[in-house]
Design a protein around this ligand. Structure first.
Ligand code: SAH
Length: 239
């Protein structure tokens, strides 16, 4: 796969098996396969593109989105507060478009991440996203996590589903002592209900708001993504 960045800051994630038609002209795939990361390639109109190796964030940005997925800032917050690392054992539910699963699988690699989903249509979208990114360490299970969690001795369980409190009793059995249950919910009522059910856990709830700046005018952009969701980070301290 190749990532092409144009001089207007547009980006294209392509396999390189077909010519790429852009608004700035056509890029020849024959020419592209001769290129290395760091090279430039010109379209037939002479417009310049930079050739790079894509990373997980490029795959996430270009992934197909079915249901609403978590944002990068929220992914970052989860990692920052749980210390998840290469080798950590993680279960994620629901898979949705697989964005959070992709982000975390890149971190826990070579350990396998397991993600649960109940809707086949969303599972298909997620599988295609995993394939396109060349991810091999995700196991997608068609299973309702409210019924139970097969895996044990987990470092982290991430939830992005409507009734996270229904998972708490299963999480208590499946997490290591000191492991984390993290839940992402758009509404504070869901977060409160989860909080009230967290017996045996020490928890905090965070809303992560980021503001981008236009560095040409040196002002914050007037439009911002004001709210995405609340993240509850709960650490199992007693079974
Ligand atoms: N975190 C995902 C988005 C999840 S959207 C991402 O980053 O892309 C919520 C998903 O949870 C939906 O796909 C829904 O079908 C699934 N879901 C809802 N209840 C579930 C349950 N009990 N078990 C497993 N998946 C569930």
């Amino acid at each position: 796969m190749y990532l092409l960045i144009d001089e207007k800051e547009g980006s294209y994630l392509i396999k390189g098996n077909l010519d790429l038609h852009t608004r700035y002209g056509i890029i020849s795939c024959k020419e592209l396969v001769e290129k290395n990361p760091g090279d430039i390639i010109k379209s037939h109109t002479g417009f310049i593109f930079h050739v790079l190796n894509p990373n997980i964030v490029d795959y996430i940005k270009k992934a197909k989105k079915g249901p609403q997925s978590v944002t990068l800032k929220d992914c970052g917050l989860i990692v920052a507060h749980t210390g998840v690392h290469s080798g950590s054992r993680v279960v994620d539910a629901g898979t949705g478009s697989g964005i959070l699963a992709m982000f975390l699988s890149n971190i826990v690699n070579p350990e396998k991440l397991v993600t649960y989903e109940i809707r086949r249509d969303f599972a298909e979208i997620a599988k295609k996203n995993f394939e396109k990114a060349g991810i091999k360490n995700i196991e997608l299970k068609m299973k309702d996590i409210y019924v139970g969690i097969d895996e044990k001795n987990l470092d982290l369980i991430t939830l992005d589903l409507p009734e996270p409190w229904r998972v708490v009793k299963h999480a208590r059995k499946s997490l290591k002592i000191g492991g984390y249950l993290v839940s992402y919910s758009p509404s504070i009522e869901q977060s409160k209900r989860l909080f009230d059910s967290l017996e045996g856990f020490q928890s905090e709830t965070i809303e992560c708001v980021t503001r981008n700046w236009d560095m040409k005018t040196v002002r914050p952009y007037s439009r911002m993504l004001a709210h995405t969701g609340f993240i509850t980070i709960a650490r199992l301290i007693e079974r």
